[in-house]
Write a protein that binds this ligand. Structure first.
Ligand code: FAD
Length: 500
């Protein structure tokens, strides 16, 4: 047991996992959170709680989700999602840029970390609603995403706050970390702004878990590029890059895809920042079963290129590039029962009509005659003879279109028709700090900065260009638990040997 004092900056999933894990080591832990208690939980609270985890089969899932009933196991094909599959998905979607050592830790620790969270009181359940469709009386999970926290993001963070409270961890709300305090090249505290005053708090170690810079308009334009200032922020308004800036100020190395981010199709009329009452409901993720057209009435992406888990995080950026930064998603009656729950929320920008002509008259800001041609050309390119199956990549691909649709291509010809207006919603930024496999922050020489650790969105080097759905929470949990264990202990374990 240690007598160390650890300060964690940020009370989202990563910060809370770090705090609880440091406490497990016997450290006394204080968490600084700039939001009020009402707005606590960061981006983590806005999520559906989907977590990507490697598993060998249903037996391992049963360990994680002891409530899984015999009935559920009978009617469901959970398949496997091995460590190799998880590793390959990370490599493939990031175009082989992801740091293999970081990915290795993420993948290998994913199940162990979730089991640890379960022991701390977080409950997990299968994501039936969103990740498995019923075909011939059986559900089949697809896309490597099988598990979610019970109660979604709010359920996850409530359980973690409760665990933190039980462990005697102090959380200081409305307390913004401003600057790291250093002595002889070692981080030994944090300068904070609290109640209009500046205070210096001492610590043996500091864990930065304060998110990326997605809520900072100026940094978005500066690092992501022109136009990104116009994106809507899907979640917390507090993730403005403070942790990254503070670390760079003490010599940390910038790392990862600083010009990249996770961004999705998001309701065109959503507020500028996330709304906790709506959560992730403004997203519109069922485009693989329809088409998307821009203001010119043209399609611009392959909506069926892959399972939505592997395309949604980059298609927000594609929507941002369109004239007026918007698109309409169009569906017909054949797929209306496949649309996710977020299509049925009260705050949706939707039009519907009994004919395509009337639908196109109603959709705002689009060249209707060109849109009609696009739909006619698309319908003519849909193959017959390949069966539509939403549970697999069915290969039902259009033929001869300049912008193909590679799976799930159905004619759009069954009334009623519906259309949903989307713009770009940014989730989190990919660039951040370089950490090692003990979550220690590295400096420009790639040497650990004594006393400084990091976890969550602000860790760079994991995601480039794209992201496999459900990895953000897993990454926050794995690196959070690791950062907590490293910062809370007075000994450091390196390749099996222990260093005082
Ligand atoms: C709408 C939405 C849906 C999502 N769905 C999923 C999903 O289903 N599965 C998944 O894996 N990922 C999902 N994500 C991504 C996921 O939310 C993030 O990857 C993850 O929650 C990041 O955790 P974190 O702890 O690093 O950051 P956060 O949870 O954002 O926590 C950071 C905290 O730091 C605080 N903070 C910031 N600056 C300071 C400062 N200077 N001083 C003190 N505190 C500070 C913030 O207020 C915040 O509470 C979603 C994101 C959004 C927005």
């Amino acid at each position: 047991m240690s007598d160390r004092k650890v300060i964690v900056v940020g009370a989202g999933n990563a910060g809370l996992c770090a705090a609880i894990s440091a406490r497990d080591q016997g450290a006394s832990v204080v968490v600084l959170e700039c939001a009020s208690e009402d707005e606590r939980g960061g981006n983590s609270r806005f999520t559906a709680g989907a977590v990507r985890v490697a598993y060998e089969g249903v037996e391992q899932l049963k360990e994680l989700m002891p409530d899984l009933s015999v009935q559920e196991m009978k009617k469901t094909d959970f398949g496997t999602y091995t460590q190799d599959q998880f590793f390959d998905d990370m490599a493939r979607v990031t175009e082989y840029r992801s740091n293999p050592d970081l990915v290795d830790l993420l993948v290998k620790q994913s199940m162990e970390t979730l089991l640890w969270m379960r022991d701390k009181g977080v409950r997990f359940v299968p994501i039936y609603g969103r990740q498995a469709f019923e075909v011939d009386g059986r559900f089949k999970f697809w896309g490597g995403l099988t598990v979610e926290a019970w109660g979604g993001g709010p359920g996850l963070v409530d359980a973690l706050f409760l665990a933190a409270q039980r462990a005697g961890i102090e959380i200081l709300y409305e307390t913004r970390a401003i600057q790291l305090i250093e002595e002889d090249g070692e981080v030994c505290g944090v300068r904070v702004r609290r109640g209009g005053r500046m205070l210096d708090l001492e610590a043996d170690a500091v864990v930065l878990a304060s998110g990326g810079f997605e809520a900072n308009t100026e940094w978005r334009a500066r690092y992501l590029g022109a136009g990104w200032d116009l994106a809507k922020v899907r979640g917390s308004r507090f993730n403005t890059g403070d942790g990254i800036r503070m670390a760079l100020d003490v010599g940390a190395m910038p790392y990862g895809n600083w010009s990249g981010c996770h961004a999705v199709g998001w309701d065109r009329n959503a507020p500028d920042f996330g709304d906790l009452a709506v959560g992730d409901g403004f997203q519109k993720h069922s485009y693989p079963f329809g088409i998307m057209i821009n203001a010119n009435g043209e399609r611009f992406v392959d909506e069926g290129a892959d399972f939505r888990n592997y395309t949604y995080a980059k298609y927000g950026g594609e929507i941002l590039k369109q004239p007026g930064q918007f698109a309409w998603q169009i569906f017909d009656a054949q797929v209306s029962d496949l649309l996710r729950d977020e299509y049925r929320i009260r705050e949706v920008t939707k039009v519907s009509a009994e004919s395509l002509e009337h639908l196109l008259e109603k959709i705002d800001g689009v060249d209707a005659s060109r849109a009609r041609m696009t739909i006619d050309e698309y319908n003519a390119a849909v193959p017959t003879g390949i069966e539509f199956n939403p549970n697999i990549k069915d290969g039902r691909a259009t033929v001869g279109l300049p912008v193909p649709k590679s799976n799930w291509a159905n004619r759009i010809d069954q009334p009623p028709f519906s259309a949903y207006a989307v713009t770009c919603g940014i989730t989190f930024t990919f660039g951040g700090l370089r950490v090692d496999n003990q979550a220690r922050v590295l400096d420009m020489e790639q040497t650990p900065i004594p006393g400084l650790f990091a976890a969550g969105e602000l860790v760079g080097g994991l995601f480039y260009f794209n992201y496999p759905g459900g990895t953000g929470l897993t990454s926050g949990a794995v690196f959070g638990k690791t950062a907590g264990a490293s910062s809370g202990s007075s000994t450091t374990v390196t390749n099996g040997s222990t260093i005082e």
